[in-house]
Design a protein around this ligand. Structure first.
Ligand code: ZN
Length: 296
């Protein structure tokens, strides 16, 4: 499948397009810094990382439109203190002028976090991102207790990179975030990358807690050689958990065409109903049937 084939692919499933829960847009200097980091992919990921959509924001939005991605958040994340609040403000502004973009936010364990997350929720933020691997923080930190509590109470989803991939961080793996869920069992969380490489342990969290999902970001594409294959047991569980799996891709920071992610999902051979649920219906149920229109 090539990117040009993607619209025919979702049309054949009877879908009106795709909902992608894991898309990144960032202020240009930050995006450039992320891309420079990926230029050293061999060092950081054990494999070259030629960002496939290294284009202007306008060109990237046009690509999503051509692919038929109808709704997506502009996920951002801080790697140090005093960064999350302004990133969240930027993301709200970006969403306000971008049709189909959900207003997103992020946070970091710092004294102001509870306040700016409350303000972000009041300002209409619909999804958050927490990057435990890049942020290298403990998700169980006391400074985040109120944040997780607010998100749980609001029912607002948070996409969490809690997995050990592509390289472990000091607080990655299912253990630390599993303790956050034990303390906030109603939290609506989307485990990015299906918790790669610890797929099974993260699927245990999906089964244990009613509002935990996984996203498919990079799963099954085989790009990072250090990451294990899903295996038959995990694939079967992904099929059984059809309503708790969301399409995610990491667009635009992927080292291959978007279509490769969809081909990987199709290759799981879990059926057309599964593809429909994952690529459209589950996100529509979680975030709303339709992406918000631009306010400008
Ligand atoms: Zn990502």
């Amino acid at each position: 499948m090539r990117d040009d084939d993607v619209p025919a692919w979702w049309q054949a499933l009877g879908l009106p397009g795709l909902n992608d829960i894991h898309v990144h847009f960032m202020p240009t200097p930050l995006m450039n810094a992320v891309w420079r980091y990926m230029d050293d992919g061999r060092q950081h990921y054990g494999v070259d990382w030629p960002v496939h959509y290294r284009t202007s924001p306008e060109a990237r939005l046009a690509t999503l439109e051509r692919l038929g991605v109808r709704s997506f958040p502009a996920l951002l994340y801080p790697h140090k203190p005093d960064m999350a609040e302004s990133l969240s403000e930027w993301a709200r502004g970006f969403a306000a002028q971008t049709p189909g973009c959900w207003p997103s936010g992020t946070f970091y364990p710092e004294p102001s976090a509870a306040r700016y997350v409350r303000e972000a929720l009041e300002a209409g933020t619909r999804v958050f991102k927490a990057h435990v691997q890049v942020g290298q923080y403990d998700p169980r930190a006391a400074l985040l207790t109120d944040v997780w509590g607010q998100l749980a109470e609001a029912g607002t989803p948070v996409v969490v990179h809690s997995g050990n991939g592509p390289r472990p961080g000091p607080y990655t793996g299912p253990g630390p975030f599993g303790e956050v869920l034990a303390a906030h069992p109603n939290l609506t969380a989307v485990i990015a990358h299906c918790g790669s490489p610890d797929y099974a342990a993260h699927l245990d969290l999906v089964q244990r807690y009613p509002n935990v999902y996984v996203d498919t970001t990079m799963v099954g594409t085989g790009w990072v050689p250090d990451l294990p294959d899903l295996g038959a047991d995990v694939l079967k569980r992904l099929g059984d958990l059809q309503d708790r799996v969301l399409l995610g891709t990491d667009f635009p920071n992927i080292p291959y065409p978007y279509a490769q992610q969809l081909a990987a999902l199709q290759g799981f051979d879990l059926g057309d109903d599964w593809l429909r649920a994952v690529c459209w219906h589950n996100a529509a149920r979680l975030l709303g049937p339709q992406a918000p229109p631009s306010s400008t």
